[in-house]
Design a protein around this ligand. Structure first.
Ligand code: FMN
Length: 448
């Protein structure tokens, strides 16, 4: 425990009195002794600091007066300029007060506890920087081998990832062989074509200009696998949710990605694979799953923003949309109110057309620009052309509509055609939300 003591004392307080007061009320390891500025020259306090090996922190009377304490005193205010010294000094360090003011003839003492410390500001800044400057890289790989001395610490960082029940379900298959990479590349090219065919024409034209992998360009490829059964029956925390084992392997990849960025290594994650096909090419044992396929190597630059943002393919979602207070949907600013005010100043957006069918009509799903919003309670079969939004109230349906439109705008939609395929109060509310969300993002919209 990180104990903080706050001390108030008169000039000339004997050390024996002070240490006796401390011993009577405080048993843990004292890390910090806090007091009023000017008292640091008191011999008893100096001896206490030396004896306990603690840091001394001092606060001005004004700083102490700014702390609200349980035992303020007019007499102390008159003598020192703040209504409390010992308690206020504890609180001024940021500690939580455990024992309020205790007294001896010449001194006062309060005891508090500090949370475990974080890192100093400059080190915290580095962590934030690595996170912000990590990039998915597909261009500019250099034909420079990655030495084991550089790679091993990065793999160790991956291997230090948290995992459900400490099951450590990942393995790292390092692939440098050009022949294997060629076969993997062929799979990715085929899936690229499958995806391209699924796109509306203008979206497909934009996709043609994107690079989605660097399998042959990067000198090192790494397949990160997951053994979902690793550790047997009694892995702690996995029994109720088997997905946790895949989450663990994904976190290992994130650790890898960040540590690689710090080493100046670019990493590009490729997922343009049908799982069975890539497993066969890599010769994976049947019990393993591929979680991520990474292209790794030195690069000529790390772009300042995601490639998909820079190319105009998609945009980042504001963090405020992602934070809910206590209950899902309770954001600091209501998404509907926020959208209504954003609509006042929205800049017209250029982008592709999407026809949103509110209701369960799935027969038109083969058309690339059709998106069905299914409001029924029963979950439909998985299909990215269907958004399942079983709204519990019309208000929730309205919010879903706003959110769907805004998320489609982030994926570069420019015009929404809204059609209510099955009329109901919820469907009408959702359709209204779609038009509000569209207006907020400068999307044109019409109804069919
Ligand atoms: C699970 C996963 C799969 C991804 N698959 C691909 C992919 O197949 N091709 C690609 O170009 N980028 C892929 N990415 C990278 C994302 O496009 C990228 O992370 C996103 O655009 C944000 O950019 P940033 O990572 O540079 O911040 C993938 C990312 C993740 C997390």
């Amino acid at each position: 425990m990180n104990v903080v003591i706050g001390v108030g004392l008169r000039s000339g307080t004997p050390y024996t009195e002070l240490i006796e007061l401390v011993r009577r009320h405080c048993s843990g390891d004292v890390r910090v002794i806090a007091t009023r500025t000017g008292r640091e020259s008191e011999p008893a306090l100096q001896q206490l600091v030396d004896e306990l090996g603690a840091d001394l922190r001092t606060f001005s009377a004004a700083e102490l007066a700014g702390c609200e304490t349980p035992t303020p005193s007019d007499r102390v205010l008159h003598l020192t300029g703040s209504p409390s010294v010992a308690e206020a000094a504890v609180l001024a360090t940021g500690a939580h007060l455990l024992i309020p003011k205790q007294q001896s003839p010449n001194a006062t003492l309060a005891v508090g506890r500090l949370p475990a410390p974080g890192y100093p500001a400059d080190e915290r800044e580095v962590v934030q920087r690595v996170i912000a400057e990590r990039r998915d890289v597909r261009r500019g790989f250099l034909d420079v081998p990655v030495a084991d001395a550089v790679l091993m610490p990065v793999l160790e960082a991956a291997h230090r990832a948290p995992s459900v029940g400490l099951s450590q379900p990942w393995d790292f298959l390092l692939i440098r062989d050009a022949g294997t990479r060629r076969k993997v590349h062929d799979l990715a090219v085929a899936q690229r074509d499958v995806f391209a065919v699924s796109l509306p024409d203008d979206r497909r034209a934009a996709f043609d200009g994107l690079k989605v992998e660097a399998i042959l360009d990067a000198p090192l490829n790494i397949a990160v696998t997951c053994d979902p059964g690793r550790g047997g029956r009694h892995v702690l925390g996995r029994h109720a949710d088997p997905r946790t084992t895949r989450f663990s392997a994904a976190i290992a990849i994130q650790n890898f990605w960040l540590a690689a960025r710090a080493e100046g290594l670019g990493v590009g994650w490729v997922s343009f694979f049908e799982p069975g096909e890539i497993a066969a090419v890599l010769g994976l044992p049947a019990h393993l799953e591929l979680i991520g396929y990474l292209c790794v190597g030195y690069v000529d630059e790390f772009a300042p923003a995601p490639e998909l943002v820079r190319s105009g393919w998609a945009r980042r979602r504001p963090v405020s949309w992602a934070i809910h207070q206590e209950q899902w949907g309770h954001r600091d600013a209501s998404i509907v109110t926020d959208a209504l005010s954003a609509a006042q100043t929205a800049v017209p957006a250029a982008g592709h057309r999407i026809q949103v069918l509110v209701g369960g009509e799935t027969s038109r799903l083969r058309e690339p620009d059709v998106l069905v919003v299914d409001l029924r309670a029963e979950q439909p079969p998985p299909d990215f052309g269907v958004l399942w939004r079983p709204a519990r109230t019309p208000e929730e349906a309205l919010e879903y509509g706003v959110e769907i439109a805004r998320d489609l705008a982030l994926q570069n939609a420019g015009h929404l055609v809204v059609q209510v395929a099955e009329r109901s109060e919820h469907a009408e509310a959702l359709a209204r939300g779609l038009t509000i969300g569209a207006s907020a993002c400068g999307l044109t919209h019409s109804s069919a």
